[in-house]
Design a protein around this ligand. Structure first.
Ligand SMILES: C[S@@+](CC[C@H](N)C(=O)[O-])C[C@H]1O[C@@H](n2cnc3c(N)ncnc32)[C@H](O)[C@@H]1O
Length: 250
């Protein structure tokens, strides 16, 4: 199975908003002390640590050895493991709850990931997840692909899966879960620094730079193209659209 490379330093230094914006999931999950919780795609461990602080017995699993190593260095007391959510054997079973923030849109084989999450839950266990939803970062994606076309570059690969509510509810139902709520909403997200857009593309949209010989110039040209739509109040804003969904295993 191929696994995307993640730059843990760049993630923690410039993109820690991902975990903090996912913090609302903790309230939705409302883990009780002693509950066994899986943080599915734990990254560098911020939400795993928050769950542990709330008294949960938490296990974090992530496919990136670099992100897990960083998480272990930051939070040596946490149980963080390298594992792929497409592989049910890598997460374990019997959890009271599963939390997943900003992970599932990185797994186009959505049925495999959903089967793993459903299999991790005990009967009666609950899932709280947030992922990029339909239309997520469409302005950035379109802008970069348009610039590639203008430069005569072939279209870039697409590693993202941004489903709508009906699509993703069906995925979870096929995995045997009962969907209890779903919301698709715009959440424009401020990117810090004058180079905020460029740093975001380097972190999350590396595929859009495939075959680009001079990424600095490409990103500078992209910034000029997207400034009218994505720069306001002195900042860059990513056009995030999130899908927040909860489900239970009957
Ligand atoms: C944007 S980060 C989010 C990390 C964390 N949940 C947070 O809120 O900070 C996405 C994470 O998904 C992980 N990921 C992507 N595909 C995965 C897979 N198939 N199995 C497990 N983790 C995966 C990446 O390694 C990365 O750490």
């Amino acid at each position: 199975m191929t696994v995307q490379r993640w730059d843990a330093d760049l993630y923690d230094s410039r993109h820690d908003f991902v975990a903090s914006l996912g913090g609302g999931l903790l309230d939705l999950l409302a883990a009780a002390p002693g509950e066994r919780v899986l943080d599915a795609g734990c990254g560098t461990g911020d939400l795993t640590a928050a769950l542990a602080e709330a008294g949960a017995e938490v296990v974090g699993v992530d496919a990136s050895a670099e992100m897990v190593a960083r998480g272990r260095a930051r939070f040596p007391h946490l149980d963080l493991r390298v594992g792929d959510l497409r592989d049910p054997g890598s997460v374990g079973t019997g959890f009271d709850a599963v939390l997943s923030n900003a992970v599932l849109h990185w797994i186009p084989d959505a049925d495999a990931a959903a089967a793993t999450l459903a299999g991790a839950l005990r009967p009666g266990g609950r899932l709280v997840a947030e992922l990029g939803g339909r239309g997520n970062v469409a302005v950035i994606d379109r802008g970069a692909r348009g610039l590639r076309a203008a430069l005569g570059l072939p279209d870039a690969p697409d590693p993202w899966y941004f489903p709508g509510i009906a699509d993703y509810a069906a995925v979870l139902e096929r995995a045997g879960l009962e969907v209890t709520s779903a919301r698709l909403f715009d959440r424009p997200t401020r990117l810090t620094g004058d180079d905020g857009l460029a740093a975001w593309v380097r972190m999350f949209g590396g595929h859009l730079l495939t075959g680009v010989t001079d990424p600095d110039t490409f990103l500078a040209d992209l910034a000029v193209r997207l400034r009218p739509e994505l720069h306001r109040d002195g900042s860059w804003w990513a056009d995030y659209r999130r899908l927040r969904i909860t489900a239970v295993r009957p």
